[in-house]
Design a protein around this ligand. Structure first.
Ligand code: HEM
Length: 140
């Protein structure tokens, strides 16, 4: 398990702590911006949604965002089993990904898409709050 984790974060382990944090935040901003852009295109029922780069880049960015987050946690010796805010953040990320998937793929009409988007943004607000305060809101 440890060996697999080391392999996953190896390319990121070379990056200095502060740069890694900036990379992590940049990827987070990119992820949220791309999701918002795809949501707007969905509301407009735009054909641009089918563009190849729009289909592939969110997966690439979200994967790197997760790896950068894990690398940061390993580098700073933060264990989600001990730091409850980090465990909460990881769960909130999965909830954000699911509500995002719901908004773009499962929601069948405009009100459902708008509700899904607002739900996803609620999870983003929790994630950013957890990142800044480093205090768990639900687990203690
Ligand atoms: C949408 C998803 C995410 C957003 C918006 C986000 C945002 C942020 C922000 C803004 C910071 C800087 C906080 C500060 O220095 O004041 C940060 C730090 C951090 N994030 Fe994330 N993050 C996300 C996902 C994740 C994930 C999935 C993990 C873990 C697997 C993670 C782990 C960390 C760690 C360990 C730090 C450093 C905390 C410290 O300096 O003590 N993040 N994140």
């Amino acid at each position: 398990m440890h060996k697999q984790l080391d392999k996953l974060i190896e390319p990121f382990a070379q990056i200095k702590g502060i740069t890694l944090k900036h990379l992590h935040i940049t990827l987070a901003v990119l992820s949220i911006s791309l999701f918002t852009y795809r949501f707007i295109l969905t509301l407009m029922a735009s054909k641009n949604l089918d563009r190849k780069w729009l289909k592939i880049s969110p997966h690439v960015i979200d994967t790197f965002l997760l790896i950068a987050g894990i690398s940061l946690a390993v580098k700073l010796h933060l264990n989600p089993m001990e730091q409850m805010w980090l465990a909460e953040k990881i769960l909130a990320l999965f909830a954000y990904i699911f509500t995002g998937y719901y908004t773009l793929k499962l929601a069948r009409n405009r009100p459902m898409q708008i509700l899904g988007f607002l739900g996803a943004m609620g999870w983003v607000m929790l994630i950013v709050r957890l990142a800044i305060t480093r205090e768990a809101m639900f687990f203690s």
